[in-house]
Unconditional design. Structure first.
Length: 331
């Protein structure tokens, strides 16, 4: 099995020494969470949350692209919009900020985004999608990828033609989530269909959808014959999963999954980082991460309940420290 990925760009090509990629996840994969993921996955390509190109040009969300310049390892910036000029300008700005690759979101089903003609709405407007790819490819030298789904609906699966047109327009890589837009997250990701698409395409194809562990990753690669895999929901509460899968695919035996105690210390670190960045509001932002990480050990449910009620970061951290000492007492 191959363990690295080459993505050719117009002037600059990228070789990534891992075929396991972290999905862009809005509201999750900010710089703090990426720092945790990177701890276990030094070689993988990580993505920012999606960034609206027009807003960026108006000065909003600039920090989301600027902050990657201080990060270790390859980080891609995902843009969404339906205005070719805006996306081309935002792509140039992202390239200057040190983006390893630019990804265009053509799969997001969220109404707020699709209503404005971005994300999955582009599946319904292939000419505009082609125009976007052409303009971005002209604007930057680094690789340009597209992340999409396998079509709008079961009845409307024009995706093969769509991808071929985008490939001709200059796309350098595709990530394909094996569900239609209409499916949302229902049903199972269709890995066999991803393979059919892969066979038609010349550029690298990354398979996405329903990969939660090493076994899924191996199975997905076997079925899709994809050049890489992308993990989304699997990282929620488990920032080590990208590194864990990457190590397994590379046949490395020394990967150390964090113990319960280490996971609890990670939550404290996460709270501290969020409080440092956002003030006390950081505790609210930390809650979803706490709920995702705080599981699969005795007392996890109780701890989760207490943490939701905690009125300050100190109260929350004291609860966690109490749990850590009770775990120590038991062992
Ligand atoms: C909380 C959340 C946020 C997401 N945000 C984005 C996003 O910003 N851009 C994007 O292309 N996909 C986004 N997605 C979709 C994922 O990147 C991924 O394609 C999808 O979850 C399927 O992969 P999975 O089965 O590994 O989760 C999001 C999904 C979730 C659950």
């Amino acid at each position: 099995m191959h363990t690295s990925l080459i993505i050719k760009g117009k002037e600059v090509s990228r070789e990534i020494k891992s075929i396991v990629i972290q999905s862009p996840l809005a509201g999750v994969t900010d710089k703090i969470f990426r720092k945790f993921i990177r701890r276990w996955a030094p070689e993988s390509l990580l993505f920012t949350e999606m960034v609206n190109a027009t807003s960026l040009n108006l000065g909003y969300g600039v920090e989301k692209i600027n902050q990657i310049s201080n990060e270790e390892g390859p980080v891609g910036i995902q843009l969404f919009d339906n205005r070719p000029n805006s996306v081309a300008d935002a792509a140039k700005e992202s390239e200057s900020s040190g983006a390893y690759i630019i990804d265009i979101n053509m799969g997001c089903p969220v109404k707020k985004i699709a209503k404005k003609g971005g994300g999955s709405a582009l599946l319904k407007d292939p000419s505009l999608a082609v125009e976007l790819v052409k303009r971005i490819s002209r604007a930057v030298n680094i690789p340009v990828s597209v992340k999409t789904r396998i079509g709008w609906s079961d009845k409307d699966k024009n995706i093969k033609e769509f991808l071929l047109r985008l490939q001709d327009a200059g796309a350098n890589m595709f990530t394909i989530h094996g569900r239609t837009r209409e499916q949302g997250f229902n049903g199972k990701a269709d890995w066999k269909f991803i393979r059919e698409l892969k066979e038609e395409l010349e550029i690298p194809v990354i398979a996405n959808g329903d990969i939660f562990n090493v076994k899924d990753a191996i199975e997905c690669l076997k079925i899709t014959k994809a050049d890489g895999i992308m993990i989304g929901r699997g990282v929620l509460g488990s920032p080590w999963i990208i590194g864990e899968i990457d190590s397994a695919l590379k046949g490395l035996k020394n990967f150390k999954k964090p113990t319960t105690e280490e996971k609890l210390h990670l939550i404290i670190e996460h709270i501290d980082e969020l409080i440092f960045e956002k003030g006390e509001h950081g505790l609210l932002l930390a809650r979803k991460h706490i709920a995702w990480t705080c599981k699969e050990f005795d007392g996890a449910q109780n701890l989760r309940k207490n943490l939701v009620k905690a009125k300050s970061a100190k109260e929350a951290k004291d609860e966690i420290l109490l749990m850590i000492s009770s775990l120590k007492d038991k062992s």
